[in-house]
Design a protein around this ligand. Sequence first.
Ligand SMILES: [Zn+2]
Length: 342
Amino acid sequence: MPISKTSLLTLFTSAVAVLAQNGPPASHANKFSGLNVLDSAYSGASFGLNNIPQSSYSKYKWPWGTLPKNCYDIAVNNNYCNPYDVEAYDITYNDCPNNPAVVCRCNNAQVSIDTLAQKIGRIPVKARQWISHWTAWPASSCNAWYQNGHVTILGACTAQSVYFHEVGHGMDQYVAGPGNNYYSAGQEWKNKVNAGTCVPDSYAKSSWQESYAQVAVMAAYHGNVQSIWNLGVNCMADQMGRVNEQLIDTGIKAYKYQQGATCNRFWTRAQPVCMGPAARDAGNCQGVSSISTFSRVADTPEIKISDATAAAIDEERKKEAETKAQPWPAAKHSANEKKFSA
Ligand SMILES: [Zn+2]
């Protein structure tokens, strides 16, 4: 019996719909207009993510001349900052005394080192420990991206939700994900999202990875401010329930502040590299080999990038980050490793 034209057409269009679904269904409603509502007092809570407990810290600024290689690479490869203008810090949190967080910023980045240290310090230690280094650069508006354990902040990002979003990608990759592949790339996550009728906000529709990171922000709220179910999120009950389970209720409870918790996962210390010839000529790169032919001089003006360029770079890096989940080098306990000094 010949298949009717109508059913053939239906078959064709439904197949296209399945193939084209690279993220949550466009027909899902947006629960919030943006997750920044969770940063401050909202819906009966007297505080928000901006006010959750913060680990105290001390900071050590690297002497001018050398930088962690990963900071140098981000600065130069993206034209974010003249490497001579990059400040590198070891931020040592009281709940992770032997393994400082590496934080680098261009000296004209909108976020100060203390703002960065405080925002990072509000990420509970069991999640914070999965980020190898943080960098911050100047831009006219807040933007951020994540790639394989590294978080980049562009512009004046002061909302805690942005930091939980970026680390949320790390949770997707390393805590929820099997074998350091993104959990959200698997069928289970797609089914959980499809089972509901809403997503956190319009940004969550960008991709499966973005939807996971946004739900992770809501899980952080659930674990540290008030029950997320008070906010009427039954329209996304399956996805919400799954991320709460992964990040708040079971395992290392990565996104829940736990009194007395300490780090137990350590990154290998970043290799130091020389900022460039001017730093070597000044005698500040002794014992550190050159890795680059970068030849700007120390007083060369900052390279300015346009907002459009910054946005394009951000998009490109996001795509890169989220399509190429790469195997992670084996964890190395470095509690006895000597602190690097230039
Ligand atoms: Zn994202």
